[in-house]
Design a protein around this ligand. Structure first.
Ligand code: HEC
Length: 227
């Protein structure tokens, strides 16, 4: 008994300390993204390719997935989203060279294929909206949740002439797109999941009716051995 209590206490302490370690003290705004929203994903892809792909690659993503998953016509992908003569089957590389980037920014812009998985969408959403003026930094900006960041405030131009709500919407689309890139199969997976559950429900009804049919006779005692 004592051993059980000890083990339970130990487990509890472990879980509680994990919880404390996982919840950081910074406040993150909720990104509230929805990867089934195709319009948002299409806009996010466009914004990413225009504002981010100069420095960041998406090394696990190919252009032709935009056609299949995001329903962007192949012609539009080629004309509006590809800038340096790639083929649609190519992986999405950044235009900047790694050496140049680390020389200019003091840090290599990381590949963003999986950033939504290891940072979380709320983090990226808060980060992209978290730049503030700080003249002591090389680019004159710093970030509320990424102190001494080497990335410039890329979206300042997008922010101009936009209400806060409109700007947040644009950032949300970029984050939504990065969430999709983190697991492109999620779209397919959830669609299949719904169908499978539907099928199982129908099967449940059929199985129940069949069971009723089989047991009908048993209930009325036709098959019971008499006496
Ligand atoms: C001019 C180059 C440049 C552009 C354009 C740029 N970034 Fe960055 N980004 C960087 C650099 C450099 C870092 C690394 C910062 C550091 O380590 O201090 C970075 C870091 C990040 C990080 C943090 C990743 C991590 O693992 O910590 C995210 C997220 C990010 N960028 C998203 C974006 C998005 C989204 C866009 C487009 C809206 C964008 N960036 C455009 C240069 C750029």
């Amino acid at each position: 008994m004592k051993k059980i209590i000890n083990t339970t206490a130990l487990l509890l302490v472990t879980f509680v300390s994990f919880g404390v370690a996982a919840s950081s003290s910074v406040h993150l705004d909720s990104a509230n993204t929805d990867i089934t929203d195709k319009k948002s994903l299409q806009n996010g892809a466009k914004l990413f390719m225009n504002y981010c792909s100069g420095c960041h690659s998406l090394g696990l993503m190919r252009y032709n997935r935009f056609v299949e998953d995001l329903e962007i016509p192949e012609k539009d992908v080629a004309e509006n989203l590809m800038f340096s003569g790639e083929k649609t089957g190519d992986l999405i590389k950044s235009t900047i060279s790694e050496k140049g980037a680390s020389k200019w920014f003091g840090a290599t812009p990381p590949d963003l294929s999986l950033v939504s998985r290891y940072k979380g969408t709320d983090w990226i959403y808060t980060f992209l909206r978290g730049f503030y003026k700080d003249e002591s930094r090389p680019y004159g900006v710093n970030n509320h949740i990424f102190d001494s960041v080497s990335m410039p405030d890329i979206l300042w131009q997008l922010k101009e002439n936009k209400s806060e709500q409109e700007f947040n919407g644009e950032v949300r689309d970029i984050v939504n797109f990065l969430d999709y890139v983190g697991e492109p199969a999620k779209l397919v997976r959830s669609a299949i999941g719904t169908k499978v559950i539907g099928f199982l429900l129908v099967l449940l009804i059929l199985a129940y009716l069949l069971k009723k049919e089989y047991w009908k006779d048993v209930k009325y005692g036709k098959w019971r051995v008499k006496g």
